[in-house]
Design a protein around this ligand. Structure first.
Ligand code: HEM
Length: 162
């Protein structure tokens, strides 16, 4: 089964359902230079949170810094690639690697909520952005993280059935 072509076709439906507009993608692109330098901070805080849960940190402990690099690449694609093919393929690969490792998908859903909270706090605190733009960017982050979670869930489920 060609997972990519099967799942790529659901991205426009998720996009329509979540109301992700070209304006949302443009807003995220425009604030990205303010957020990109904060990603290391966000991801270290994210992994510190993961390590608070018994057993969960074991999944990431040995490979934390390599994982942070992979996460940065994927997150940058999510927010700047206008949901292009590289981003979609990368998210599917990630979801399939969770299946291979028996990482319960609920942790990706919960992890995405934590990640979204950390990124939105950085947007709120960014210097040199006006409040209207910050508000739009925070809304756009919520929608894109929801799409990302939905796409990853679809790949995870498809890998289960394959
Ligand atoms: C508690 C939640 C999470 C746990 C325990 C977890 C754990 C892991 C593990 C064990 C891997 C495999 C490491 C590897 O392939 O080298 C991985 C890969 C990855 N994770 Fe997570 N993760 C979580 C949430 C997230 C979230 C919220 C994101 C995005 C914001 C994310 C993005 C990625 C990416 C991009 C990869 C690399 C996949 C690849 O291309 O190989 N993870 N994660």
């Amino acid at each position: 089964m060609d997972l990519y072509s099967d799942l790529d076709s659901i991205v426009p439906d998720y996009r329509r359902f979540l109301g992700i507009t070209e304006g949302d993608l443009t807003v995220l692109l425009s604030i990205w230079p303010h957020i990109a330098p904060e990603l290391d901070d966000v991801l270290v805080a994210f992994h510190d949170r993961t390590s608070l849960i018994d057993g969960l940190g074991d999944y990431t402990y040995a490979e934390r810094s390599a994982l942070i690099d992979k996460q940065k690449r994927n997150i940058t694609m999510l927010f700047t690639s206008r949901l292009g093919e590289d981003y979609v393929r990368s998210t599917m690969r990630m979801a399939i690697s969770y299946r291979v490792r028996d990482l319960p998908f609920g942790w990706y859903i919960a992890g995405s909520a934590v990640f979204s909270e950390l990124i939105r706090a950085k947007i709120l605190g960014a210097a040199g952005l006006d409040n209207a733009l910050k508000f739009q960017a925070q809304e756009a982050v919520l929608k894109l993280v929801a799409l990302d979670t939905a796409l990853a869930a679809s790949a995870y489920n498809a890998a289960l059935l394959d």
